[in-house]
Design a protein around this ligand. Structure first.
Ligand code: ADP
Ligand code: MG
Length: 576
């Protein structure tokens, strides 16, 4: 679809307001035109007639017009803000949902801060184009057009001059468009890059401090800022050139029209009384066009950002399931089995496969541990079960059904995952737990927290469950965060539980506590425990060893130890 048409369609839902704003713009132009007529008439009275009768009334009328126009301008601004607010919040919501659908892999492929820039500044910068330029387009077309026609029928030669001025005013920006567009796209990109750099530096602040690298990073950021400065100067130069030509065309058009008018009066072709009218109308004719060009320049950043926004919206969701059923089916009563059948998978950017022909069945209620060196493909198993990606060969079955047959929501609803890193949102401990189950009662929160061995430390926080995380120096240790994450998983109460290195960066005491919590948790669930530290998995029913993207061994702890292969080596390496 045409880019500009797509931009216009962003106003969907606020068309009525946009039409209202256009009508206001026309009224404002009409007020200017009425004033031009009134002033011309006053001058005719002063210079061409003997009496000044009626001059007072005219002056009063002009004064009234000025007041009314001020009022209209004020309304116009309010309308613009309202349209902008509705449009921006709708678009942000749409973008956010789409990014959610695209999932973590997409977000990781973007540099940190890049997506934020699009969501905040990018959407913000659309405002001039959508709320000022588009309505003004009609105002200029109708307003300037009608005035030009009126002048034309007063005197066709002057009409021709005015029309030429209009053509230059309208076409020059179009001719310059591609150049200006490219320069301003560079400007937007450097802006987004600078933004991303700062976010990156802020997130890595402790690392910069530790390596004494803040100075160097500062110099790097300054360099980036200078680049941005140069891009903005280029942008300024080109838009100034553009608008100078356009202003010149407007002024010259009005001046030539006046000159030609004077000549036509002298030649006796045009009545003197009409000269004043033409004089003032010619100026008014170019006013809406000048405004239009001004808004066009303000729109460039938004046009660049718009391309980026559409690029995100056009990115196809990598995996999609059938649409969720209108009525959500209850989870099955019996525990599901999970089965990998000949699964092979390679990441888009990966040079070699991450999983090769993996077949593995986890029976209902069974706890299977997956071990293996880092990079052997353990987390990839989790990414595939959650359908962040689909395998290139083979299939995964949940409860006997291919997971691609489940609506994504239903699939993910049945699986609770605890990752190595826990993200805690800004908010209270209770808010963070309720992510798993928004309508959980205080008693349910406490039960989950007790099971996860988290209740104890939560009660020691200043406000217990109502403590704001991250405020007033409330910092949680890795182990505490991990136990909150477990409590979340418990609250979700899904039949399948996946732990991906959940205890890897946790101290010994915490690990013991988590271990205890896990015993209760895995009892009634189909569980996959991925672990680096082998002490965490001895309660598992079965251990699967991944190596070099393939399953190399499977069995009970003692069997594998006795076999003396990879598992035995891993155990030996960890126990010195
Ligand atoms: P593990 O969890 O066992 O440490 P992973 O499953 O994370 O291993 O990774 C398996 C292989 O896939 C590794 O070679 C890793 O570099 C690669 N890999 C992991 N995630 C991605 C990704 N998002 N894009 C490209 N390659 C990836
Ligand atoms: Mg991993």
């Amino acid at each position: 679809m045409n880019f500009y048409l797509r931009m216009f369609l962003l106003l969907q839902g606020v068309y009525r307001h946009a039409a209202g704003k256009t009508a206001l713009g026309l009224l404002i132009t009409a007020a200017y035109v009425a004033q031009a007529f009134a002033v011309a008439k006053s001058l005719n009275l002063v210079f061409l007639t003997e009496s000044l009768q009626g001059l007072g009334g005219l002056l009063l009328f002009i004064g009234g017009l000025v007041v009314v126009r001020g009022l209209l301008h004020w309304l116009d601004e309010i309308y613009a803000k309202k349209i902008a607010f509705l449009m921006k919040s709708k678009l942000r919501q749409r973008l956010f949902l789409h990014i959610l659908h695209l999932g973590p892999p997409y977000q990781e492929s973007y540099r940190s801060g890049g997506l934020q820039s699009v969501l905040t500044d990018g959407v913000e910068s659309l405002e001039p184009f959508l709320t000022s330029y588009i309505p003004q387009l009609l105002v200029a077309f109708i307003g300037s057009g009608l005035i030009a026609v009126y002048i034309w029928q007063l005197d066709w030669l002057i009409g021709l001059i005015v029309l030429t001025g209009i053509l230059i005013t309208v076409s020059f920006p179009l001719v310059m468009g591609p150049i200006v567009g490219r320069i301003l796209l560079d400007y937007w990109r450097s802006h987004a890059r600078l933004n991303a750099q700062y976010i990156d530096a802020m997130q890595g602040l402790p690392t910069l401090k530790v390596f004494n690298a803040s100075q160097r990073k500062g110099v790097e950021l300054e360099g980036e800022a200078w680049k941005h400065y140069r891009h903005s100067m280029e942008g300024l130069t080109i838009t100034l050139l553009d608008s100078t030509v356009v202003k010149w065309a407007g002024a010259a058009g009005a001046a030539f029209a006046a000159g030609m008018g004077a000549w036509r009066v002298a030649a006796g072709i045009l009545p003197l009384a009409e000269l004043f009218v033409i004089l003032f109308l010619a100026v008014e004719c170019f006013r809406p066009l000048n405004d239009l060009v001004m808004y066009w320049h303000r729109s460039f950043l938004g046009l660049a950002a718009g391309r980026e926004i559409f690029a995100i919206l056009d990115t196809a969701v990598p995996v999609d399931g059938p649409p969720p059923a209108a009525v959500r089916k209850n989870r099955p009563q019996s525990l599901p089995a999970i089965e990998f059948k000949g699964v092979s998978f390679a990441y888009a950017g990966g040079r070699r496969p991450a999983l090769k022909n993996v077949s593995l069945k986890i029976n209902p209620g069974e706890t299977v541990a997956v071990v293996g060196r880092s990079g052997s493909g353990k987390s990839t198993l989790v990414n595939l079960v959650l359908r962040f990606f689909d395998p290139q060969a083979g299939a995964i079955f949940l409860d006997g059904r291919d997971i691609r047959e489940y609506p994504l929501e239903h699939l993910r609803d049945q699986i609770a995952v605890v990752f190595q890193d826990t993200y805690l949102f800004y908010g209270t401990v209770a808010d963070n737990l309720k992510i798993a189950q928004p309508d959980a009662s205080a008693a349910e929160l406490e039960r989950a927290a007790r099971l996860a061995q988290a209740h104890g430390f939560i009660m020691e926080l200043p406000d217990g469950y109502q403590t704001h995380i991250g405020e007033r120096g409330v910092r949680l240790s890795g182990g505490q965060k991990q136990r909150l994450s477990l409590a979340r998983a418990i609250l979700k109460d899904a039949p399948v539980l996946v732990l991906d290195e959940a205890t890897s960066n946790v101290d010994g005491v915490s690990e013991e506590l988590i271990q205890k919590a896990l015993e209760g948790l895995t009892r009634n669930r189909t569980t996959i425990i991925i672990a680096h530290r082998l002490s965490t998995i001895q309660g598992a029913d079965r251990i699967v060893v991944l190596d070099d993207c393939e399953i190399k061994e499977a069995g009970a702890h003692k069997e594998l130890l006795a076999a003396g292969n990879i598992y035995a080596q891993l155990v030996k390496a960890q126990h010195g």
